[in-house]
Design a protein around this ligand. Structure first.
Ligand SMILES: *[C@@H]1O[C@H](CO)[C@@H](O)[C@H](O)[C@H]1NC(C)=O
Ligand SMILES: *[C@@H]1O[C@H](CO)[C@@H](O)[C@H](O)[C@H]1NC(C)=O
Ligand SMILES: *[C@@H]1O[C@H](CO)[C@@H](O)[C@H](O)[C@H]1NC(C)=O
Length: 420
């Protein structure tokens, strides 16, 4: 009898629970909609229902310490994310409406210029954009040995997921802290922008590792990711020592990367270090079919030495110098080349390291070498791998019983033989 009664009560509880769940989700959606109507998109719902009492308290504290400081209608970081003791200035790029530079339309080179570049040239002067998602706290407290920043677009959710589980996993290795951030723009028009934006905000609430700026995430806008990141880094990351910057479709051997850093530090060659797959004496591609096609009207010289954007390592010291130098360099539609131009302005050249394979292990896609874990074990970076390939290769390379004939050190003179 007693038993039966209990069962009945449980039977009642279940529908009650699911009913309240439905109610809560309804409230969440409603709040999201309200926030959007108010035009406070970047102050995403985190403020309204993600913030617990502790975070609300610290938020109030911050408010008091910064009287009248940017209520950040658009562009500033949500106050909740700023450490209460911090006294740093905040992201100041508030201009939402950077209008086209109509004066270039009348130039005759503009009229000759390939249509594809019109948009780029008209908006070339728009450099810094408001932030939709920011994490000023990310490298604020204490020293970060290595900051991993990864260019991604909203749709590549599975690649970010794979990176978080593999080489981009935040952790401390022998006292050296590794922190990871993804760099994103806003959805390009014509896509389901509103829903994509909601998805990325949701993902960021879970992981807290997305930096997003309010410019369209297009190929020619990748350079905006470069300059906005450099400015962001200069502002928020005083305690970072090294930066790895790369794509979301690469394999990185984090262990070898850390070893390379150690080697550079020991050799006292770390201050102005920028290492990667360096391309010397390249010339602009004039084949109109190519993704990298550059018309003569836009650029008519050989390129300075630059590193393939698939991934490279640089010191924080150099990143800060690059930020200053970049402000005097006109934006260029190919981000890797743009960075090379900034280095050139500093009278520096990137260093070649054969451990960075931004064009893959061999150029032949079907080559069995591309599936050979021992190669991945001795390299630093390999381009390019999809999310599933990355997860698979990562677990194979990290198997205890993987036996490779020879573990080549990253500073083995033979492997590190420079090509210049
Ligand atoms: C914040 O920094 C500014 C400039 O560095 C300084 O003048 C000011 O006193 C600081 N404020 C606080 C509350 O520490
Ligand atoms: C943006 O700026 C242009 C030129 O200054 C102006 O004509 C336009 O109305 C502005 N748009 C918005 C949405 O403010
Ligand atoms: C870059 O983004 C800005 C801001 O969203 C946009 O106005 C511009 O057209 C984009 N440029 C290219 C070349 O896609």
């Amino acid at each position: 009898m007693d038993n039966l009664f209990r069962r009945k009560r449980i039977g009642l509880l279940k529908p009650l629970l699911s009913l309240s769940l439905v109610f809560v989700s309804f409230l969440m959606i409603h709040k999201l909609k309200l926030a959007e109507k108010d035009g406070v998109r970047q102050k995403h719902a985190g403020e309204t229902y993600w913030c617990d009492t502790e975070c609300l308290a610290s938020k109030k504290g911050v408010g008091k310490n910064h009287p009248g400081s940017e209520s950040s209608v658009l562009g500033g970081e949500p106050d909740a994310q700023r450490p209460p003791t911090g006294n740093r200035s905040s992201w100041d790029a508030q201009v939402l409406n950077c209008s086209e530079d109509a004066s270039v339309r009348s130039r005759d080179w503009f009229q000759r210029l390939d249509q594809r570049f019109h948009q780029f040239v008209l908006y070339r002067h728009c450099r810094y954009f408001p932030m939709l998602l920011n994490h000023p706290e990310k490298c604020a407290d204490g020293e970060v040995h290595l900051l991993m920043v990864i260019k991604s677009i909203i749709e590549q959710h599975d690649r970010r997921e794979a990176v978080r589980k593999t080489w981009g996993k935040e952790r401390t290795v022998d006292g050296r802290k590794i922190t990871t951030l993804f760099l994103l723009g806003s959805p390009a028009s014509g896509k389901d922008a509103k829903n994509l934006q909601k998805l990325i905000e949701y993902e960021d609430r879970i992981y807290g590792d997305i930096l997003q700026w309010d410019f369209m995430d297009t190929f020619f806008n990748l350079t905006l990711k470069e300059v906005n990141f450099l400015k962001w880094f200069d502002l928020y990351c005083p305690g970072v020592r090294f930066i790895f910057k790369g794509d979301d479709d690469v394999f990185v051997n984090t262990h070898n990367l850390l070893e390379l850093i150690d080697f550079k530090v020991e050799a006292r060659k770390e201050a102005d270090m920028l290492v990667g797959d360096t391309i010397f004496k390249a010339i602009p591609i004039r084949n109109r079919q190519s993704k990298y096609y550059i018309p003569r009207e836009l650029y008519d010289k050989p390129y300075p030495p630059y590193v393939g954007g698939g991934g490279f390592l640089m010191s924080a010291h150099l990143a800060r110098r690059l930020y200053v130098a970049s402000e005097d360099v006109e934006l260029y539609p190919i981000d890797d080349v743009f960075l090379g131009m900034c280095l050139e302005a500093l009278k520096l050249a990137p260093e070649m390291h054969p451990g960075f394979r931004t064009f893959g292990i061999t150029k032949q896609k079907v080559s069995p070498m591309n599936n050979e874990p021992c190669f991945y074990k001795q390299l630093i970076l390999v381009h390019k791998l999809g999310a599933e390939e990355l997860l698979r290769m990562w677990s194979v390379v990290h198997q205890e019983d993987l036996v490779c004939a020879k573990k080549t050190s990253v500073h083995d003179p033979q492997l590190a033989k420079s090509s210049h």
